[in-house]
Design a protein around this ligand. Structure first.
Ligand code: SF4
Length: 242
């Protein structure tokens, strides 16, 4: 599974964006055809083409409740790609990744690691916000994507990797790491080291670390310690990017 798969992908014709269908009744077993049929391929396809096409993706059920698809931001020629989990509440509302509290912490860590925020490409393994509504105010509570959502959304990440072709990819947290490095990958065991993988379009270096939202959940000295370790992992990635 995932974007690190090295098997050949068939040439795809670009598809027209479908109209947003009427919201359907929830089913116990939602259809998840995967994003592949919505991903434009072929000569001349750029990130803007991907971004537009992703608005029409119906590869899994997560588009139904989300406000909009949240694709990516940052430099298309970046040497470092940062891959998070999924958009959060604020990202879902604004349509831009990493604009919430975790994104602000990430920007601070990038500065401490001496990585210019303008020189990175930011995206997520899953492009729609998964949440549950709870409490009297029906607050939207983040729900971690399942493996089926990672698999369904992987063609977008594969296409981004092929187009940006960074020197190093930083996996922020377990969902990104499992999407890119395999479902059995454990960030706790293999964080902060350079991992080489062969992709369809060539070799790629990866560094896995925690998601910044995990640091935000820590208190006091633990948060400071975890933030320092996060910055150290980003420095490893910076070295790998040359
Ligand atoms: S989460 Fe990914 S696969 Fe599912 S609808 Fe959104 S873009 Fe498509």
């Amino acid at each position: 599974m995932g974007a690190a798969r090295a098997d050949e992908q068939p040439e795809r014709q670009r598809t027209e964006r479908p109209e947003r269908p009427e919201r359907q009744e929830r089913t116990e077993r939602p259809e998840r055809p995967g994003a592949e049929q919505w991903v434009p391929r072929g000569a001349g396809t750029g990130l803007d083409d991907l971004r537009r096409a992703a608005e029409g993706c119906r590869g899994c059920e997560l588009y139904e409740d989300a406000t909009q698809v949240v694709f990516s931001s940052g430099s298309p020629t970046a040497r470092m790609m940062l891959v998070g989990e999924q958009p959060g509440d604020q990202e879902d509302r604004q349509g831009v990744p990493f604009v919430g509290p975790a994104g602000k912490l990430l920007q601070k860590a990038l500065r401490e690691a001496e990585i210019h925020p303008g020189n990175v490409y930011l995206t997520n393994a899953v492009k729609h916000f998964r949440f549950a509504q709870q409490g009297p105010g029906k607050r939207r509570i983040h729900k971690t994507p399942d493996l089926v959502h990672m698999v369904a959304c992987a063609p977008w990440l594969e296409a981004e990797l092929a187009l940006v072709d960074p020197d190093v990819v930083v996996c922020l947290g377990s969902v990104a790491a499992k999407s890119l490095l395999g479902k059995d990958f454990k960030v706790t065991k293999e964080r902060g080291v350079v991992i080489e993988r062969e992709l369809v379009h060539g070799p790629m270096s990866f560094v896995a670390t925690v998601h910044p939202s995990a640091i935000l959940r820590r208190k006091g000295a633990d948060r400071a310690t975890d933030f320092g370790a996060f910055v150290a992992d980003l420095r490893v990635a910076r070295e790998a990017a040359g």
